[in-house]
Design a protein. Structure first.
Length: 171
């Protein structure tokens, strides 16, 4: 006879995997939709669009990683960075299979979806499409996209979940 606690843990892990994959798929779809809009519906290459006094829509092709780092890798960059991102996604999928809490599953899903969104850009265009530009008093945060935002929020959720884990042991 199967141990009921093991059966419940397996069911919970399956639920967390489905949650994480659903979040990843939703972020990936939103990311690709917004990039399509930025590329095909708006003429951002000709001129940025001022949306508010602190937010513009711009066109930036990021050939590197965060903030344009490693953009000097040349024509190999999209392939090397995509391979690295896919390796990270595989590791995160293994982690997702082991997750037991919704916050962790959502965080992992956001990072997975964001990484895949940027991989699609690298393989399709040779660079990542960045178009969100926040600024204040003439200082601009590096342009980013929905995938990047998902990765940052997801990483934050993973950290918060890790900080809450010791408390969960005693409740």
């Amino acid at each position: 006879m199967a141990d009921f606690s093991l059966t419940m843990a397996g069911a919970r892990n399956g639920t967390m995997v489905r949650l994480g994959l659903a979040v990843a798929l939703m972020l990936l779809a939103l990311d690709q939709l917004t990039k399509w809009m930025a590329l095909d519906l708006l003429d951002l290459a000709a001129q940025p669009i001022a949306v508010t006094p602190f937010f513009n829509l711009v066109m930036v092709w990021n050939k590197g990683v965060s903030f344009g780092m490693l953009d000097s890798l040349g024509t190999l960059a999209p392939w090397l960075l995509s391979a690295l991102a896919l390796a990270v996604v595989i590791a995160l999928l293994v982690w997702l299979r082991r997750s037991e809490h919704a916050m962790m599953a959502i965080g992992l899903g956001l990072v997975i979806g964001g990484a895949l969104g940027n991989v699609i850009d690298r393989l399709r265009y040779g660079a990542v499409v960045d178009f969100l530009d926040f600024h204040l008093a003439g200082y601009h945060w590096p342009a980013f996209n929905v995938a990047d935002a998902g990765i940052c929020v997801g990483a934050g959720l993973i950290v918060v979940d890790g900080l809450l884990a010791p408390r969960r042991q005693y409740t």
